[in-house]
Design a protein around this ligand. Structure first.
Ligand SMILES: Nc1nc2c(ncn2[C@@H]2O[C@H](COP(=O)(O)OP(=O)(O)OP(=O)(O)O)[C@@H](O)[C@H]2O)c(=O)[nH]1
Ligand SMILES: [Mg+2]
Length: 170
């Protein structure tokens, strides 16, 4: 009922459709945790591959470009400890990686879901603050959505998956 399996089930019948979800984010963003959350059901046809944006080799970056063509799902680590400068630096790093990916020619028009993860922590930034910080409103040729979630508790993950499903079907 939750996650990737439901997306695939809703797409059943459209057998020519291949579903590609790319999960990107800086290290420690919570990618593995989110994959585990999504894979709590039996999804034996799914082979998860995760990529940490700032730890990728050139070959992995190429792989990301190839797989980016259907859907982008960027998982952000946006926990802010009292607006500590170290975390501010990570926030900028994420924004840079995102704008680089969005400028990528091959990726034009693909919908983007941004999971503002770790919302269970009281120190997390609000999704609206994150959207503003990442200048999401400037990406006008894109369908994008920012979804507050916690990969740890699962809260918000289903809403994000529903959005993915609706935008894939479109
Ligand atoms: N509180 C909280 N912690 C989380 C959440 N998601 C992930 N974490 C924690 O954040 C840490 C990093 O999570 P991972 O899932 O390993 O992050 P990753 O993006 O796979 O990291 P790399 O593989 O290094 O790129 C772990 O200690 C997780 O338990 C969340 O929603 N809430
Ligand atoms: Mg990981």
């Amino acid at each position: 009922k939750n996650g990737l399996l439901s997306v695939i089930q809703k797409l059943k019948g459209s057998t020519e459709l291949e579903l590609r979800v790319v999960l990107l984010g800086l290290d420690n963003a919570g990618k593995t945790t989110l994959l585990k959350c999504l894979a709590s059901e039996d999804v034996n046809t799914i082979t998860p591959t995760q990529v940490s944006l700032n730890k990728t080799s050139p070959a992995e970056k190429r792989l990301v470009e190839i797989f980016w063509s259907s859907l982008q799902c960027l998982l952000l680590h946006l926990q802010v400890y009292d607006i500590d400068s170290a975390d501010k630096k990570r926030f900028e790093e994420t924004g840079l990686e995102l704008s680089e990916l969005i400028d990528e020619e091959n990726l034009t028009g693909d919908p983007i879901l941004i999971f503002a993860n770790k919302q269970d922590l009281g120190t997390a930034s609000l999704a609206s603050e994150i959207a503003e910080g990442l200048n999401l409103h400037t990406y006008r040729d894109r369908v994008w959505q920012i979804q507050a979630c916690s990969a740890l508790t699962g809260e918000g993950v289903q809403d994000g998956m529903n959005w993915i499903c609706n935008n894939l079907v479109k």
